[in-house]
Design a protein around this ligand. Structure first.
Ligand code: FMN
Length: 200
């Protein structure tokens, strides 16, 4: 598991859980350390084992390492407030999903209403695996999805959801003031607000 070289993690769970769930968080300061494609594939291997409706596995990923020819064009799709900090990322992994699934025992592809929901689970598995490997991910929804889809040649009947910034956590001092102040693990609503017994 990655150590927290710049700060301790003050997150407290309401109920006992494995520390990996509270230890993972999304930094904005990265070192720019190169990552190789096998390391990213280990993260995606974890995503591959996420559960999905009818085991349709609708998640699709496009990996762009910072030395890859697509880097500049993909980075240019990020909103300026995300470009400010994501420029030291080691890789960007686009998470998309396929709208169509072929159920077991059939040959016809049909619309899969659960494609986005299931792909969220895959992203979470990927983020946890990255953290266990000593890397960190930070999801970005703030980017031009049409432009991103063009750069990455997103096929028809697919939705591009987010970009995962992959990197090694860096020194918060490298961030602009406003972001440096936010560079720590954030809190969560109490579980009592989120979960009811017998009803929502
Ligand atoms: C789908 C998705 C989109 C996000 N988009 C952005 C974004 O555009 N910019 C940003 O700085 N953080 C973004 N985040 C990060 C969230 O703000 C962050 O995950 C949340 O505050 C919880 O913090 P934690 O990941 O450190 O636990 C996004 C996260 C997800 C899952």
């Amino acid at each position: 598991m990655s150590t927290a070289p710049f700060m301790s993690n003050p997150r407290q769970a309401d109920y006992p859980v494995n520390v990996q769930f509270t230890a993972r968080w999304s930094p904005r300061s990265y070192t720019g350390e190169p990552i190789n494609s096998d390391q990213v594939m280990c993260m995606l291997e974890a995503a591959r084992w996420a559960p999905s409706s009818n085991n349709a596995q609708p998640w699709r990923f496009a990996v762009v390492l910072r030395q890859d020819p697509e880097w500049d064009a993909l980075f240019a799709t990020l909103n300026p407030n995300n470009q400010v900090w994501a420029d030291k990322a080691s890789a960007l992994v686009a998470v998309a999903s396929s709208h169509l699934a072929t159920k077991a025992g059939t040959t016809e592809a049909v619309q899969n209403a659960m494609h986005a929901f299931d792909s969220g689970a895959a992203w979470a598995y990927m983020a946890m695996q990255a953290h266990l490997m000593g890397w960190d991910l930070h999801g970005i929804g703030g980017f031009n999805k049409d432009a991103g889809a063009q750069v990455l040649k997103l096929p028809a009947e697919h939705t591009l959801h987010m970009l995962a910034v992959v990197g090694k956590r860096g020194d918060p001092a490298a961030l602009p003031d406003a972001l440096r102040q936010r560079e720590s693990p954030n809190a969560r609503r109490p579980l009592s607000e989120l979960a009811g017994r017998g009803s929502f």
